[in-house]
Design a protein around this ligand. Structure first.
Ligand code: UDP
Length: 194
C-alpha cells in the first residue's frame, strides 16, 4: 500500500475504481476496514490536534477528499492520481451493496434528513438492506448505537457526523467490531436526501 505524506497525513496512492475494488474485496471476505476521506481542513486540523492524529493512525486507508489534497501532493513532488471523495465512495459502495445485497447502517444527520436519505436509498438502490440507523444528535456516553451495530453486523457503516466527530466515533469503537467497512462521509446524507 503505497502512501503519499501530506503534512504528516499518509494518503493512499489510489484511484476511485481501485479503491472500490479494494473495499469490495474486504466486503466479500467480511473483513473490516476504517476509511477516512481527508480534505485540506482535516490535514490542517491534524497538525493541531494530537487526539485527532491518533484517530487517523487507526485508519486502514486515508484517501484524498478533493482536489486540494491532490494538488498539495503534486506540489510536494509526490503526486496522487486523483481525488477519492467520501460522497463518490458512498454512492459507489451503495451500487456495490445493491448488486451484492449487502447491508448498511446509517449514523448521522438530523432525523428528518436521515429519513429522506433512507427513502432515497430504498428508491435508488432497492436491493440494499438498511440494517439500522440513528440520527447524529445522540448522547456520546450511551453505548446503544455500537451495541446495535455489534448485534446486526452490517456490511457497511456510514457516519455523517461531520469531522472530527465521525473519525473519533469510529476510532474509539473500532476494536469492538468484527466486520464492516466504517467510513465518515460528512454532509453526504444531506446531499442524497436532496
Ligand atoms: N451532524 C451530526 N451531529 C452533530 C453535528 C453534525 O449528525 O453533532 C451532521 C449534520 O447534520 C450534517 C453532517 O453532520 O448532516 C455534516 O455536518 P457539517 O457540515 O458540520 O460537517 P462537515 O461537512 O464540515 O464535515
Amino acid at each position: 500500500n503505497r502512501t503519499v505524506s501530506v503534512l504528516g497525513v499518509d494518503f493512499l496512492h489510489t484511484t476511485m475504481n481501485e479503491m472500490i475494488a479494494r473495499l469490495s474485496g474486504h466486503l466479500e471476505r467480511e473483513e473490516k476496514a476504517f476509511v477516512v476521506t481527508a480534505n485540506p481542513e482535516i490535514v490542517l486540523h491534524a497538525q493541531e490536534d494530537e487526539a485527532y492524529r491518533t484517530y487517523l493512525a487507526k485508519a486502514s486507508y486515508i484517501t484524498a477528499d478533493g482536489i486540494g489534497v491532490v494538488k498539495a501532493a503534486g506540489l510536494l513532488g509526490d503526486p496522487l492520481p486523483e481525488r477519492v471523495t467520501g460522497f463518490d465512495m458512498f454512492l459507489s459502495l451503495l451500487e456495490v451493496a445493491n448488486e451484492r445485497k449487502f447491508s448498511v447502517y446509517l449514523l448521522g444527520a438530523k432525523e428528518e434528513v436521515l429519513e429522506k436519505t433512507i427513502a432515497a436509498i430504498e428508491r435508488q438502490f432497492p436491493q440494499v438492506e438498511v440494517a439500522g440507523s440513528h440520527h447524529g444528535y445522540f448522547d456520546w456516553d450511551s453505548t446503544e448505537i455500537e451495541d446495535e451495530i455489534r448485534l446486526k453486523k452490517p456490511d457497511l457503516v456510514f457516519l455523517a457526523l461531520g469531522f472530527p466527530r465521525q473519525e473519533k466515533w469510529i476510532a474509539e469503537r473500532y476494536d469492538q467490531f468484527e466486520k464492516g467497512i466504517f467510513m465518515g462521509i460528512g454532509g453526504s446524507f444531506d446531499v442524497l436526501a436532496g
